[in-house]
Design a protein around this ligand. Sequence first.
Ligand SMILES: [Zn+2]
Length: 444
Amino acid sequence: MKHKVFVLSMDAMVGEDLAYLADKPNFSRIFKDSARAGKAVTIFPSITYPAHVSMMTGCRPGKTGIYTNYLVGKKKIPGDVPWHLEASEIKVEDYFAAAKRAGRTTAAVYWPVTGNNPNVDWEINELFFYLNEDMEAHFRKYGANDEAIAVVKENITRFPKAKEFAPRPNLGDDFDDFIMGCVCSLIKRDRPDFLVAHNCILDSMRHRRGVFHEKVTRALDDVDMWLGEVADAMKEAGVYEDTDFILCSDHGQRNNVRNMRVNVMLKRGGFLQTDEAGHITEWRARCIANGMSAYIYLRDRSDEETKRAVCDYLKTLAADGVWGFNEVFTAEEIKEKYGTWGDFDFVLNTDGYSSFSENASEPPVGKYDFSDYRSGKATHGYFPEDGAQPVFVARGPSFEPGAYIEQIEVIDEAPTIAHIMGDGLPEAEGRCLFELLRKKPSAD
Ligand SMILES: [Zn+2]
């Protein structure tokens, strides 16, 4: 029998959360003899989809092709466009391919950009309210087979929309209770060799309340409850001792004080125009926001004169020291610094307390907007070395109890996971974390 591997990404979990969970009944029991990293430095931009793609491929966003949450390459406006959902959008191999080469069965629950991944057997792709689609049709459209649909149906009372009919206590309008129910059902019903899942509750609580808040702490209590539920499911399936259980996250968050409308400044500089309602009608340069960073796109990338003018203008704003950013980075500088490239031309990074939006209506400074994760009370998207840091903790037959590395990168996770499954990821830019593994890994 192959040993099992379960990867749970808790969106926006940070090192400080582990300190709290250390005293909780389930986390403390499950991860008592764990291997861990002091921090898992993420990629730029520190946002969910690019980070999760890097976590499952071992490559940085330039190489994966996923450098924002949205399909912005076509110059559409976030809010009007779908997020990345299809695995075929990723340009490099992921750890599901490695799992298949190692002869493993695979499953993914709400892990970003896994839709219709040919190497995922049981796929339960993300479904959030914004899609407004028939549930079963959506899950099937993105790769769910009959067994995955059965798992969804088994947990349908835990889906937020159905909560009013649910026999369980209402845990709010987040999806995590449903996601963790599906995880437990998969473990018990289908026993996948390799299972990954992604939870959002800490991320959404932080966006709504701030990085550290009583509501975030209560969400951590829920996380501990779910960890216990998963451990019980593993025990029921007889796989608890033989499972490598990896808990990780994609980015931290920082508190946000104000929202800067870069497009308003570009309008003032003469680089874009809007109608009276503030909709962009014409543009030579525009901003696409990643929360605490922003991409600046040029309509005509070969127009060197506009490029110079935009750069000079943004540098003048940066020098003012009041517009939310203190420096302007060229696409070349970002490629060199973080291995991230795409069809953007400049990058702005937060001054430490400002976020950015695409809003093109005066005035240039806005308040929080909880309808958009990028402008909540806390957010992310900033340079990866800043703020509270993501986590990596693992226990099971492959991991050396008590092993510790001060700092890893999230791109080290996929090569490490591919290795413990008995294969590798030749394209990965990250490395296998041998220091965290047992000297003699179990034979299978
Ligand atoms: Zn995230």
